[in-house]
Design a protein around this ligand. Structure first.
Ligand SMILES: O=C(O)c1cc(=O)[nH]c(=O)n1[C@@H]1O[C@H](COP(=O)(O)O)[C@@H](O)[C@H]1O
Length: 266
């Protein structure tokens, strides 16, 4: 099953539209072992409420080799739990380098996973990522309109709409309902969700910003298709650090986001 199909399947069978982000900060822990154990505990505890899990590579890279080992363990544990993995790396570079990123994050042990990609170097640079995702049953999530306040500096003036049109052009080359090309649209822009839903009917939308960045689930209904599929709202700090390192609080937060998203859609 492809990444898009697996996520959609979980949304329909488990009634969840939540993507749980795992962005462990070393300063929250005694040491890397403590970070590893808590991150794995949060993953396992919140998995029943999640459509997918999204580790942000920066937090693991920050720990050097130890961090990369922890990341691989987190991804392996997610696969064992049946959770699709969306790797948040926001990669993007000239084609030959993009091909190396794609090899590292969309093939081998990461075959079938998804990767966030940055289209700033031009649409042609998406090709190596897309080829790997299509070959391996994975996906790419292209930055269309990011959640941060400064996004308008470079993403305004019709740029986001141009990226959205390219996402649709690429998905229209495929047969399945949701193609291999997803799109990142910040949950912090609820007024724009209907527009991007319309511009990219066959893209899974990743909506980051729930919780810590102030977005609320009740405002996201326009991102979904009428059957309640097609989007994933993500929360990282709001789940992993819902109340310090209390894993029960993480479960509570994930359950609450899940219910709010389901309520918003209904
Ligand atoms: O691609 C992302 O996930 C992403 C896109 C975006 O527009 N904004 C954004 O905050 N993110 C990621 O979402 C995570 C932040 O989630 P919170 O801790 O819930 O705010 C970080 O890993 C960000 O890199």
């Amino acid at each position: 099953m492809t990444f898009a199909a697996a996520v959609t399947d979980r949304t329909l069978s488990l009634h969840t539209r939540l993507c749980v982000g795992l962005d462990p900060r070393l300063d929250a822990y005694r040491d890397a072992d403590h970070l590893r154990q808590h991150t794995l505990d949060v993953l396992e505890a919140t998995a029943p409420h999640a459509a997918c899990v999204k580790p942000q590579l920066a937090f693991y890279e920050a720990l050097g080799l130890d961090g990369l080992r922890i990341l691989e363990e987190v991804c392996a544990a997610a696969r064992t739990l049946g959770l699709p993995v969306l790797l948040d790396g926001k990669r993007g570079d000239i084609g030959s380098t993009a091909a190396a990123y794609a090899q590292g994050w969309l093939t081998g042990p990461h075959a079938g996973s998804a990767l966030t990609v940055n289209p700033f170097l031009g649409f042609e640079t998406l090709t190596p990522f897309l080829d790997a995702a299509r070959r391996e049953g994975g996906a790419i999530f292209v930055l269309v309109k990011t959640s941060n306040p400064g996004q308008a500096d470079l993403q305004g003036g019709g740029v986001s709409e141009r990226v959205a049109a390219e996402v649709t052009r690429l998905n229209d080359q495929e047969d399945s309902r949701y193609g291999s090309v997803g799109a990142v649209v910040g949950a912090t822009h609820p007024q724009d969700l209907a527009l991007y839903r319309r511009l990219m009917p066959r893209a899974l939308l990743l909506l980051p910003g729930l919780g810590a960045q102030g977005a609320t689930a009740g405002e996201l209904a326009a991102a979904f298709h009428p059957d309640g599929t097609g989007a994933l709202a993500s929360a990282s700090r709001g789940v992993q650090y819902a109340q310090g390192l209390d894993v029960h609080a993480s479960i509570g937060a994930a359950r609450a986001f899940q219910a709010e998203l389901n309520g918003a859609f209904a």
